[in-house]
Design a binder for this molecule. Structure first.
Ligand code: ADP
Length: 499
């Protein structure tokens, strides 16, 4: 093993001594388009920040690679060291690829540098995203040559942005000594976004020879996710329920038949959350820190937040929070028809998120009619997210579909009881409260129906107001759930071992 790995293991040991080391000598490269703490737009970044770290804490040599975006802040850039450069061929293109490295909290991160593709604000949404992430997928494989002898045994890629890694590996690299035995895992975090482009890109951008075009061909188009599913040795998604759901057309967004044929290699592993950074006891954005034993202090967060938001300040008013993208996925179409009925219950609803203009507009309009009951914070802010988790009594997440969902787990950790639809990871992580047994961590409903959602909110608000003892019981149940990556990383290790 290279000296560097030894040093890294020693550092890791110092970082976390309590975690039991596992005897697993395979090297893993985790390819992702975003990772905390460098850059984040959603749950993938949280996973990419936490899973490799949990594996490293177990003594596994897992490293992460992502694009060097312009938006990565200078403080983090200052930690990076330049390793060298190679050129990446992408059909007729021949593109520069610099490689930087940074070690953060014991984990080694590599950054692919190409200013033409990544010196832009934001991460996605450009006309040439298909080309940008095809480049990145190829650059992941080329960059290995610059990693000072770190040749991975397993490459774990994620979502459409890195779905082409197993395709390029099989088509272009298998004859190379260092690549011929690499195994691949491909994780679907959200099947709605597949990287689907004109079929013309197969040759002109991906540069695939004729015999390989079927890997990504989807009704004449190119579909990156299909390529990942076809070529990876193992395909996973982020909850067991979602792994089942995506086999049928309602959830599968056209990938269902492909997945049914590849079911033998498909499995679901629930995500964890970073319990260190999502902790009401230490959260630096909390007005007042608390934990289960000092739960009484939580209400001070509500009072201060009400004041900051210009809402009536009253501890008895139930506050319902919501943090997430304002899209149809997150159940905005269920909220829209009944939102005024919820507000008429005399609650305060605080919604943080950005997304589709029609939902943003709806929230702005209703806020002007219900200034004492609704605050829509149309922005992305980790500070406000923390404040909502700390201050709210309940957390609303009535998703149409939810591969895993992290927000509901964070909410439970903060003693903010989730109201969720029983789908995907929401079903696997929120246990509906049953007053006969005292078991349960939140309030759930099943059908994609606005009135079932309304009923769930009524149950939650009713219990909050009238059954304080039951409420405390659910809070205790929720706050004592183990959502840490420490245990979940073992499930990934089992999967890697199968390879
Ligand atoms: P997604 O489908 O977007 O990945 P998840 O629930 O899996 O949804 O993860 C969302 C993560 O992003 C959570 O950590 C949540 O707190 C955070 N988040 C979402 N929207 C915002 C926002 N507007 N401001 C701050 N954090 C946000």
């Amino acid at each position: 093993m290279p000296t560097e790995s030894k040093t890294k293991k020693a550092t890791t040991k110092n970082v976390k001594q309590t975690c039991k080391k596992i005897d697993f000598d395979k090297k893993i490269l985790f390819a992702t388009s975003e990772a905390v703490p460098f850059i984040k737009t959603g749950g993938l970044a949280d996973v990419a920040g936490a899973l490799p770290k949990a594996l490293v804490d177990r003594g596994v040599d897992c490293r992460v690679i992502l694009p060097l975006y312009m938006d990565i802040n200078q403080e983090l850039r200052d930690k990076m060291q330049y390793l060298g450069n190679v050129y990446v061929s992408l059909s007729w293109r021949y593109q520069y690829c610099g490689l930087f490295k940074a070690v953060c909290d014991g984990v080694t991160y590599y950054f692919v540098d190409n200013e033409y593709y990544f010196k832009r604000s934001g991460l996605y949404g450009y006309f040439d995203d298909g080309e940008r992430f095809a480049f990145f997928a190829k650059a992941v494989l080329e960059s290995i040559k610059l990693m000072d002898g770190f040749y991975p045994d397993i490459i774990h890629s994620n979502d459409w942005q890195t779905a082409l890694v197993p395709v390029f590996l099989d088509v272009f690299y298998r004859e190379d000594e260092h690549y011929k035995n690499i195994k691949t895992v491909y994780t679907i975090h959200n099947i709605e976004f597949q990287g689907r482009y004109s079929g013309f890109m197969s040759g002109d951008v991906l540069g695939l020879p004729d015999w390989a075009r079927e890997f990504v061909d989807y009704s004449g188009d190119v579909n990156y996710m299909k390529g990942g599913i076809e070529r990876a040795n193992k395909v996973t998604t982020v909850s067991q329920t979602y792994a089942q759901e995506i086999l049928n057309a309602y959830f599968g967004y056209g990938m269902n038949n492909i997945l049914v044929n590849r079911q033998y290699k498909l499995s679901g592993i629930i995500n964890g959350i970073d319990v260190k950074s999502n902790d009401p006891k230490t959260d630096k954005h909390a007005y007042v820190n608390y934990d289960l034993s000092t739960f009484g202090k939580k209400v001070e967060n509500k009072l201060k937040f009400q004041d900051a938001l210009g809402l009536p300040v009253d501890a008895n008013i139930p506050m319902i929070g919501m943090v997430g993208r304002l899209t149809h996925q997150k159940g905005l179409d269920l909220i829209a028809p009944i939102i005024t009925r919820i507000l008429d219950m005399g609650v305060q609803l605080v919604i943080l998120g950005t997304g589709d203009y029609k939902y943003e507009e709806m929230l702005r309009n209703i806020q002007s009619r219900y200034p004492n009951n609704l605050r829509s914070l149309i922005t992305f802010s980790s500070e406000l997210a923390s404040k909502i988790y700390c201050a709210s009594d309940m957390f609303l997440m009535p998703s149409k579909f939810e591969p895993c969902g992290l927000s509901q787990m964070i909410a439970m950790r903060y003693g903010t009881l989730p109201i969720v639809r029983e789908t995907g990871g929401l079903k696997d992580t929120v246990i509906p409260y049953d007053y006969t047994t005292g078991q349960g961590t939140g309030f759930t409903f099943y059908s994609y129906n606005a009135y079932d959602l309304l009923n769930a909110v009524e149950r939650a608000v009713g219990m909050y107001r009238d059954y304080k003892e039951d409420w405390s019981k659910i809070v205790r149940n929720a706050m004592t759930q183990d959502f840490s990556w420490e245990n979940i990383s073992l499930r990934y290790l089992d999967l890697y071992k199968q390879l």
